[in-house]
Design a protein around this ligand. Structure first.
Ligand SMILES: [Fe+2]
Length: 294
């Protein structure tokens, strides 16, 4: 199909028009895959996807992650996680409400974090619900050489529990969130990830830390590690040219490369103004750092 690719932001965002995820052939898919190596944020407009159709398209990119919160999986396809602020008649939540409310790279707290996250927009609120992106390849490229030298070869510590991270707070809107994180602390270990991550497909380098999941630096006490992380975070958010805010339309199908980005849900909407997304995540491999050839 003769689809169009429009760059919408120098932060690495492309909009795709005239593409149908349900009928794309191998040549279409190859072109889309190559586009994704140039633009780590892709928005395919005007899609109509059932949960099954979304999951089938997602599987073309690689094995899907199994969802760890079965309560919020879609009944028609358990590979689809529902993000929503809708409530049932009995008051229970239909999906995850506060998913991604701080800057993060998806599942970096796991040894093998997901490489690609895909969100299909079923219903947008009248107000709010934007998603913010930060291109951490651009951040790394712009990092002063002295700071690059200080983080060369270091690993950061990532953990899922918000209770262990003073840079974030537990949402009051989500039921039993503190209890959830306490339970997760018992069953999950901190994970070390390279501070500079080499992309497994295109070899680019990106700063691979986030305010949401990064809580320390391996082999460094907090008196040294926290100021260094603060300095890196200050730099990360110092230039709006590395950021992009996606304002959703119903039918948008957006996917992004977690090895090259931080992202965050913007919030700013309230039930009954409904926001509903269907999420699929593509499994990734163990992050690594490979120095560029001199
Ligand atoms: Fe996320």
């Amino acid at each position: 199909m003769p689809f169009t690719v429009n760059e919408v932001s120098p932060a690495g965002v492309a909009e795709i028009l005239g593409f149908d995820c349900r009928t794309a052939d191998d040549a279409d898919f190859d072109r889309l895959r190559r586009t994704f190596q140039v633009y780590p944020i892709i928005c395919i407009r005007e899609q109509t996807l059932s949960p099954r159709e979304q999951a089938n398209f997602a599987r073309r990119w690689g094995p899907l992650e199994s969802q760890d919160r079965s309560t919020y999986c879609h009944p028609d396809d358990s590979d689809i996680l529902v993000l929503s602020n809708e409530r049932r008649a009995d008051g229970s939540q239909v999906g995850i409400v506060d998913a991604g409310d701080f800057w993060h790279s998806d599942s970096s707290h796991l040894p093998d974090p997901c490489l690609i996250t895909m969100l299909y927009s079923v219903k947008n609120p009248d107000k709010g619900g934007d998603t913010h992106f930060l291109n951490t390849r651009k951040v790394y490229e712009a990092l002063p050489e002295s700071l690059k030298a200080r983080i060369e070869g270091l690993n950061a510590i990532h953990h899922v529990s918000k209770l262990l991270n003073p840079r974030v707070a537990v949402s009051k809107e989500r039921e039993a969130a503190a209890e959830y994180y306490k339970a997760r602390e018992k069953e999950t270990k901190p994970v070390a990830q390279p501070i500079v991550r080499t992309h497994p497909v295109n070899g680019s380098q990106a700063l691979y830390i986030s305010p949401r999941f990064t809580i320390g630096i391996e082999g460094m006490d907090d008196a040294q590690a926290q100021p260094l992380l603060d300095e890196l975070f200050r730099f990360m958010f110092s230039n709006v040219a590395w950021q992009f805010t996606h304002k959703w339309k119903d039918g948008d199908f957006v996917f992004w490369d977690n090895a090259s980005l931080n992202h965050m849900a913007g919030g700013g909407y309230e039930y009954p103004d409904t926001r509903r997304m269907h999420r699929t995540t593509i499994a990734g491999t163990r992050p690594f750092y490979r120095p560029l050839a001199a």
